[in-house]
Design a protein around this ligand. Structure first.
Ligand code: PCA
Length: 164
C-alpha cells in the first residue's frame, strides 16, 4: 500500500537552539526527520523579549509584543514530518506555542522572491509565563555559548512548564 505523504511546506523561523551552530540544529539538518532547508536569515518585525530561563538555560521568546528586541534568527522550509519533530521537541502546544508572525528577511537564497522584504513564518513563543521573567536580561540574538555564561543544558528532558 502506498504511504500517504503530505507535500505541504511550512516556513519556520528559529531563534534559539535550532539555529545553525546551536545545540538542537542537528534535528533540523537530519534528513531522517524530514525536509529542513535553510532559506535565509531574518529578524522579527515586532520586538519581543528573548530570555534564557529555567535551570536548564532554555531560550524563550516571550509573547510580550513591543518589549525587548527585533530578534535575529533563521528561516527554514520544513515538511509535515519535520514540523511534527519540531513540535515534539518544543512540546507545542503544552509549552511553547507555535504561531505565525512577520519576519523581516535579512538575506535570502530565494532569488525569485528577493523583492519580498517580510515573510510570514511559524515561531515558537512562550505565551503563558510568570511576569518576573520580564525582568531577566533580553537578547537580540541567541548563542548558547555567549558571554552570558548560560550554556544550554541538553539533558533537560524532565524540564516542564513548572520550571519557569
Ligand atoms: N528552539 C526553538 C525555540 C527555542 C528553542 O530553543 C528555536 O530555536 O526557535
Amino acid at each position: 500500500m502506498q504511504k500517504v505523504t503530505s507535500n505541504v511546506i511550512y516556513k519556520v523561523f528559529v531563534y534559539g537552539t535550532l539555529k545553525s551552530g546551536q545545540p538542537n540544529n542537528n534535528l533540523l539538518s537530519d534528513p531522517r526527520n524530514g525536509k529542513g532547508t535553510f532559506i535565509g536569515s531574518g529578524k522579527t518585525v515586532t520586538k519581543y523579549p528573548l530570555i534564557i530561563g529555567t535551570r536548564y538555560n532554555i531560550p524563550f521568546l516571550l509573547y510580550k509584543p513591543g518589549t525587548g528586541h527585533n530578534v535575529f534568527g533563521e528561516i527554514y522550509e520544513v515538511d509535515q514530518a519535520m514540523l511534527e519533530k519540531l513540535d515534539e521537541l518544543e512540546d507545542h502546544p503544552n509549552w511553547y506555542i507555535r504561531e505565525i508572525d512577520d519576519i523581516q528577511i535579512l538575506n535570502s537564497d530565494l532569488s525569485d522572491s528577493s523583492a519580498q522584504s517580510t515573510m510570514k513564518c511559524w515561531v515558537y513563543f512562550l505565551k503563558t509565563f510568570r511576569p518576573d521573567l520580564l525582568e531577566l536580561p533580553t537578547f537580540p540574538c541567541y548563542d548558547s555559548g555567549g558571554d552570558h555564561g548560560l550554556r544550554y543544558c541538553e539533558s533537560n528532558n524532565e524540564a516542564t512548564p513548572d520550571d519557569l
